[in-house]
Design a protein around this ligand. Sequence first.
Ligand SMILES: [Zn+2]
Length: 236
Amino acid sequence: MAKRRDSKDVIGGFDALRAARQAHSDGLVPDVEVTREVIQQDGTRSVAHDSPGSRIKRTVMPTRQEIVCLECAHIFELSGRSDNTVCPKCRERLPIVDLTISDEWDDELYTAGTVTIEAGGNVIDGKITANNIILQGKISGGELRASRCITLECADEIDASLLNSLDLKIGAEQKQKLNGVCTHRNVDLAGELEAELELSGSLIIRESGCFKGSYTGPGLAVEEGGGLLADVYVQA
Ligand SMILES: [Zn+2]
């Protein structure tokens, strides 16, 4: 991969990449070249140019991760393992720790890593701020704030106001009900979801997924086999 030093921020490069990757996997568009910012462990920054196809191969490497700044929402990629990093846009120092909650939780948490709330975990108060949050347990109070993605694996009824994230993901075999209006960028649905969604991006219903309720947003993709039983308002 060609690397070069470059002080220019590639704002939204990942948005473009993700959109292109999705469209590419859907067979909607030909390969396009995209740029993204890469930060090495020693702080060296570079801009990489590649196609969505070559990017997909690299995502399996465990030492690279996409981080959405907890403070300014700038999206960048971190290469190598580190327990902290500095946002290239706002210069905020971000701790990177992966944490697991396995019992009752009512405190503050702040990490640009991934927080997993296990099946025995129960968030009753406090605020959990992380790059990614995986909810396998319960939440009855407080707030989950994921700068990147919340993944729901709890099959429980949840108040949507407790879930604050850029993207939302619901795995296969999950039956989820969210009460109140859910506002996110993208929702990736492989299970069943009953909700009132207002998105700025797309609702993607996988072949195993089914959506009930109401949907408002600019993008909608339903794979063959996916279910849609909803009031739908798709607008550009
Ligand atoms: Zn930032």
